[in-house]
Design a protein around this ligand. Structure first.
Ligand code: SF4
Length: 322
């Protein structure tokens, strides 16, 4: 058995360009690891239980985005968390021996309760407290060796390791200690400089048309000190430049021209819009091919995942004696 990776995302519907580097990182990992990529719909309910989410469509859209960027259902298991019931069973069994204090001290717990209270969400629920434990079950169910995550998720991986260790100590050695694979994922701001998010209406969707890309790039905030076209610019304060740094082949040249006042912001934005269009156009093409096949892909992915999950659960039940 090759080394395994588990990673997932909540079904938020169609993704934006800020998610792209995460998925491109997954695409690379597919050649090195045995990968399980899951759309975690139960996790979405831990904060969105009041929202009457159109889960079916949200799941399809994110799955098609993954596939269009290059996740490959032949190499990886691509599936929906709730289609593999073993996630819930392992979560339940873990909840029997996980001290409450471990969950209460996860840094995101209190932060998110306060943050989402501002949006009128009451997260003083059993499900929300337990969501890092559900995440531990997601990971350990596949005996994952590594989990690609952002730095903010490290405490969750530590909790997962602690839970696995406690299980191994109580019932017998079964789970490996998964490592956090911290990718260098560049953080892209929204066009208004805030965090990129669909809810702020400041994101470039992966499905954006050339016209939509143009509109968004035109909205990007540039160097406020630059009044005339030939004023020297400060690319370090400019949102357009942050995108050039990731996507443009000649970022040094643009930076130089900006600093010397040789390129105007209108031309610079036009060039960025072209570069982004070149990045997104192939995904748009592939998206059409996957739209008809996505349900089939998710079914096959769930079958693959279930096979691995049921083997682990057989061992878990045997060791606990249920
Ligand atoms: S020329 Fe480009 S990098 Fe310089 S301030 Fe204008 S938009 Fe930003």
């Amino acid at each position: 058995m090759g080394k395994r990776i588990l990673s997932g995302m909540r079904p938020t519907g169609s993704l934006h360009i800020g998610h792209l580097s995460v998925i491109q990182n997954w695409v690379r990992l597919q050649d090195e690891y045995n990968c399980f990529f899951t759309i975690v719909d139960w996790h979405a309910l831990t904060t969105g239980y009041q929202d009457k989410l159109d889960m079916k469509n949200l799941i399809r859209e994110i799955a098609v985005d993954w596939l269009s960027v290059g996740l490959d259902p032949v190499k990886s298991a691509i599936f929906v968390q709730s289609h593999v019931k073993e996630h819930a069973e392992l979560h339940l069994l873990f909840s029997m021996f996980t001290p409450l204090s471990w969950l209460e001290r996860v840094p995101t717990y209190k932060d998110q309760i306060n943050q989402l209270a501002e949006d009128g969400k009451d997260l003083h629920t059993y499900g929300f407290l337990g969501y890092p434990l559900l995440q531990a079950a997601d990971i350990l169910l596949y005996k994952a060796d590594a989990v690609p995550v952002g730095e903010d998720q490290i405490p969750h991986i530590e909790l997962c390791r602690e839970v696995g260790r406690r299980f191994n100590h109580l019932y017998g050695k079964l789970f490996p200690e998964p490592q956090a694979l911290i990718g260098k994922i560049p953080l892209l701001p929204g066009v208004d400089g805030r965090k990129m998010s669909k809810s702020y209406n400041n994101a470039i969707s992966l499905t954006a048309s050339p016209e939509e890309i143009n509109t968004r790039v035109k909205q990007m905030i540039t160097d406020p000190q630059r009044i005339r076209k030939d004023d020297p610019g400060h690319p370090e304060v400019c949102i357009v430049h942050q995108f050039h740094k990731i996507y443009s082949p000649d970022v040094a040249g643009i930076e130089e021209e900006c600093r010397q006042g040789k390129i105007g912001c209108v031309a610079c934005k036009r060039y960025l819009a072209e570069v982004i269009e070149n990045v997104l156009a192939p995904f748009r093409e592939r998206r059409r091919l996957w739209e008809d096949r996505v349900d089939e892909v998710l079914e096959e992915g769930a079958a693959k995942a279930r096979q691995a999950a049921s083997e682990t659960m057989r061992e878990v039940r045997g060791l606990i004696g249920v």
